[in-house]
Structure formats: C-alpha cells, structure tokens
Write a protein that binds this ligand. Structure first.
Ligand SMILES: [Fe+2]
Length: 338
C-alpha cells in the first residue's frame, strides 16, 4: 500500500510529459530545449505567413501597376436604339485618359483606334494627368480628331491630380479637387479647331454615318458642375438617335435624360471600380450608380440605355488596376427590333 501511495503521489507531482515545464518555458534546464524549439518554429511559421503576405502584396502591386495598367483593350457592344430598318452607327467611346507625357504606349494605342473607322468619336472627359499633358492627349487622339467627335469634360480636366490615400478610394468617399488649374481651355480650343464639338450644356444636332443625331451634354455632375435645366427638354423629334453625355453617370442626371426621351447616355468617371474582384466586379463606383453598372452597357429605363466606359487611365497617384483592365469601347448602334 505504501508503494502504491508513493507512486500515486509521484504521479501527481510529475508534470505530464507533453507539457512544457516552467523552466522550459523560461529557458531553464530539463525540457527547455524542446520547448524553445517549438516557440522558434511558431515564430518561423508566423514570420513566413507575414513574409508570404508581403510578397503576395508586392507581386499584386507590380502586376496591377506594370501589367494590367497598360493592358489596353477594345470592348465591343451592340445597342438596339435606332429606328427600325436604319443602318448601324459605329461610335468609339473613349474616356478617362488621365494622360501624362510619358505614357507613350497609351498614346500609340489610342491613335491606333482610328483603324476602326468609327462614324463618331465620343470623349467623356478626364483627359489630363498633369498640366503639361495637352500635347500628349492631342498626339493620342491625333487621327481621331479628323472624324466627327463630341466631348464633355470631367473634373480632372479642370483641376490637377493630387496625392490620395489609395484605401480611401475603396471607401467611396468623394475627394475634393486640387487647387491646381489645368489648361483645359487650350485643349478645348484644339479639339474644336480640329472639328470636334463641345457638348457641355449645349444641344447639338448633326449627321454622322448617315444618322441624324441630337447630342446634349452636361458638365461634370460629380462635383455639382451640371446645369441640366439649361439644356432640358425633349430632343428634336426628327433625330434618329438622341445621345446624352455626362462625365459621371449620376442617377439624377440620367433620370433627367430619360424623362426627356433620350435613347442612350455615355459616361465615364467610374474607372469600372479600378480595383475590382475577379471578372471585373466593382467594389465601388465612386458615384451614385450601383456597382453592377460601374462599366459596360445597361438599361436605365425601358427606352434609355447607359454605357459607362471603365476608361484608359488612373490618377498618377493611384497607378494600379486590378481585374479591371483599361479599355475603349466600339458601340454599334443598330435598329430596334420593332
Ligand atoms: Fe477619371
């Protein structure tokens, strides 16, 4: 009995073999070496995870900045918005160049779009990435300026870019424009000199590609520069196609165009979300529309279509695109089925 009692007593005094002793935890003798090894292994694993995440983040940034940012694409959509039996109209929609002088690949790519031979070019603004970028924009648009064209400007044509916290973009909070004024008047004059028309707060009527067009634009509503009342009213009933232009696709402006009987509105501004989930699913739109309409073609009302370009650039201070490559769009407007 005495032996059994002694053994039981020892059993309670002896710590289990698989738990570290206090000396081991604090680096003492006995089982300390094994426990220290466990701690070191845990530290190595944690360090590996942090390092791996850091490497993945760095690799993602390099991809978003060096590859996807320059992976320009042409998208094609078809819109049934012309009177029955009418021949199609090919509109090239470009937007949000945020051009800088050094972006020569972008300038060449945009100039190459002239080979598409569009009937009409529509530019929905945010051309400039700096005060010295007007010549670069004119180089890019070069041959396209010889074709019929219309434009409206965005806030980034009027005010220079400024440093931004990239995470703030994802919160969707509106950013105030910088105080730096850009030379938009000279750019506007050059566009007009080459034959394009400024649709900002104007009701234009002209023929392109054999289609009688009514085109009306507003100034950038994202910062309250719009004055729809100054151009309100139904478009000319003789027009085959009525197009509204607004740099930012703000719902209050889209509703006004729809109520007046426009067929199609073209906008930019959203950058398609810029940093997206896979398959170009936007996380934010940076304006009042829903994420599903952040880029591409959608129906705003039964009659009126909306096309939002995800644009060809970004602010120089947020030079990344993820799952949202820069693009221009060739819109083929065809006859309605009935
Ligand atoms: Fe933009």
């Amino acid at each position: 009995m005495a032996s059994v009692a002694r053994n039981t007593e020892n059993a309670f005094r002896r710590p289990p073999r698989d738990l570290p002793t206090l000396p081991a935890i604090f680096g003492g003798r006995g089982e300390s070496a094994g426990a220290v090894a466990v701690v070191k292994r845990a530290a190595l694993v944690a360090g590996g995870i942090v390092g791996g995440l850091g490497l993945a983040g760095a690799a993602t940034f390099v991809y978003a900045n060096q590859i996807e940012l320059k992976a320009f694409r042409l998208k094609r959509v078809r819109v049934p918005a012309l009177p029955a039996g009418h021949r199609p109209l090919r509109i090239l929609h470009v937007s949000d160049f945020h051009m800088t002088r050094s972006q020569r690949k972008k300038q060449r790519w945009v100039a190459g779009l002239d080979a598409l031979e569009p009937d009409l070019v529509v530019n929905t603004g945010d051309n400039l990435g700096g005060a010295d970028a007007v010549p670069a924009v004119l180089t890019a648009l070069g041959p396209l300026l010889n074709r019929p064209g219309v434009f409206v400007f965005g806030t980034n044509d009027y005010f220079g870019p400024k440093p931004v916290n990239p995470f703030r973009y994802l919160t969707g909070k509106k950013r105030r424009p910088s105080a730096e004024k850009l030379p938009w008047e000279g750019m506007r004059a050059a566009f007009i000199e080459r034959g394009w028309s400024d649709a900002t707060h104007r009701r234009l009527e002209f023929v392109a590609g054999g289609v009688r067009l009514a085109v009306t634009g507003v100034d950038d509503p994202h910062h309250g520069l719009d004055d729809y009342d100054s151009v309100a009213g139904a478009p000319n009933a003789d027009a085959d196609l009525a197009i509204g232009l607004s740099h930012s696709p703000e719902p209050r402006v889209l509703d006004r165009f729809a109520d007046d009987g426009y067929d199609l509105v073209l906008s930019g501004h959203t950058h398609g979300g810029q940093v997206c989930l896979p398959f170009e699913r936007a996380i934010v739109t940076n304006c009042g529309i829903d994420r599903a309409r952040a880029s591409g073609l959608s129906r705003w009302t039964e009659r009126m279509w909306l096309h939002v370009s995800n644009g060809l650039g970004t602010s120089p201070y947020a030079p990344v695109r993820l799952f949202c490559p820069p693009s221009a769009t060739l819109i083929e407007v065809v006859a309605r089925e009935s």
